[in-house]
Design a protein around this ligand. Structure first.
Ligand code: KG4
Ligand code: ZN
Length: 353
């Protein structure tokens, strides 16, 4: 029948996440263990260290997801796991765990694409959301505009030619000396509320290119130079983050955010035009990925979408940032269509991946 219960495992970057989801859309559990403390200490993700952190918690995270759902492995219909894109050392921790469970309990296994999961989770929270639809996926590593024609059929309308918007938020937070115990995005968003977004003149990336691609490396450099020149004027070391008063840092945060998001708005506007020519029945733009949890980003994109008579679908923040729910749900979508791998042999040696 169609009553499926799927465990989803996500270890592609710095969060270890697991979740159990039912095919009727019920989220039975959601567990995330973040490496935020490690990140703050070292100022970035080091693959080997991230792998070790995943290894330390993976068993516990999965067990907790099952316990909170009040289930054991025997109750599952299948196991879904992120197989890419991401750090391969990290991905393998999740894949090994998924294959171990699937092998021991004779369960089918579904390999999930991380970005597809960010997009499809919107269909869990908005059951009205039918193909075709558009999606803007914005995270630390990716900046994608896609047209989703059908399950597994995606046309890429635009991608970043260098950095993703989340990377620009993270570096801006670091150079402004903001608290890095969590990721930089929320810290910049918070500080930006106090600032004057028109005070620092950053230029909008790629204005002259009439396509749907993104670039955030140049804006990152503009922000760094703005901070450095203020340090020079204040007579303190050029790369010091301890300069200026809070209000002038807030001005930089707000001005950065305005231009970073204007770039998204402009590209979405054009992508909608392109996509409607290909698929006139499109009614929705999905915005997902970590940066989509930003309230300013949501509000601005909502304006663009409304102007074009479309609807914005934006998952709640806990489903925008990396999570196991989106992996389990994407697994369900594929499993329903008969797309899965048979249970791995239980005797498979652990290091065969
Ligand atoms: O999707 P995600 O959790 O992981 C990746 O697949 O990369 O996205 C993480 C990114 C980070 O760059 C983080 O700073 C950004 O999402 N982010 C935000 C906010 N919350 C998370 N950026 C701006 N504003 C936020 N509120
Ligand atoms: Zn992600």
């Amino acid at each position: 029948g169609d009553d499926l219960v799927v465990l989803g495992i996500e270890t592609s970057c710095d969060d270890t996440a697991a979740s159990v989801v039912r095919s009727n859309g019920e989220i039975l559990s959601q567990v995330v263990s973040s490496q935020a403390d490690l990140l703050a200490q070292y100022g970035g993700v080091a693959p080997k260290m991230a792998e070790e952190a995943h290894l330390r918690v993976i068993d516990q995270v999965v067990q907790e997801a099952l316990d909170k759902a009040n289930l054991t492995e025997k109750d599952l219909s299948a196991v879904a796991v992120t197989i890419g894109p991401g750090l391969s050392l990290c991905l393998r921790v999740g894949v090994r765990k998924a294959r171990k469970i699937a092998g021991s309990f004779n369960l089918p296994i579904i390999g999930v694409h991380h970005m597809e999961a960010h997009a499809l989770v919107a269909r869990l929270i908005e059951r009205e959301l039918q193909f075709p639809f558009m999606a803007l996926l914005i995270s630390g590593g990716h900046n994608l505009l896609i047209l989703a024609s059908d399950l597994g059929q995606y046309i890429q309308l635009g991608t970043t030619i260098d950095d993703a918007i989340g990377e620009a938020y993270d570096k801006t937070a670091k150079w402004l000396g903001l608290d890095m115990r969590r990721s930089g995005g929320p810290a910049v968003e918070e500080l930006a509320r106090e600032g004057d977004a028109e005070s620092v003149k950053f230029s909008i990336p790629m204005k002259q290119y009439k396509d749907c691609n993104f670039s955030y490396a140049g804006l990152k450099t503009q922000v760094r130079l703005a901070i450095e020149s203020r340090n020079i004027n204040a007579g303190i070391p050029i790369s010091s983050a301890s300069f200026q008063d809070r209000s002038s840092r807030a001005d930089i945060a707000a001005s950065f955010q305005r231009v970073a998001v204007l770039h998204l708005e402009e590209r979405c506007e054009r992508a909608i035009e392109w996509a409607l020519k290909l698929e006139p029945s499109i009614k929705h733009l999905v915005v997902s990925g970590g940066v989509a949890s930003n309230q300013y980003v949501r509000a601005r994109l909502d304006q663009v979408v409304q102007k074009n008579n479309l609807q914005l679908v934006c998952p709640p923040p806990s489903l925008c940032t990396d999570n196991g729910v989106m992996v389990a749900w994407t697994g369900i979508e594929h499993f329903r269509m008969g797309r899965f791998d048979p249970p791995p042999s239980a005797s498979e040696p652990e290091d065969s991946l």
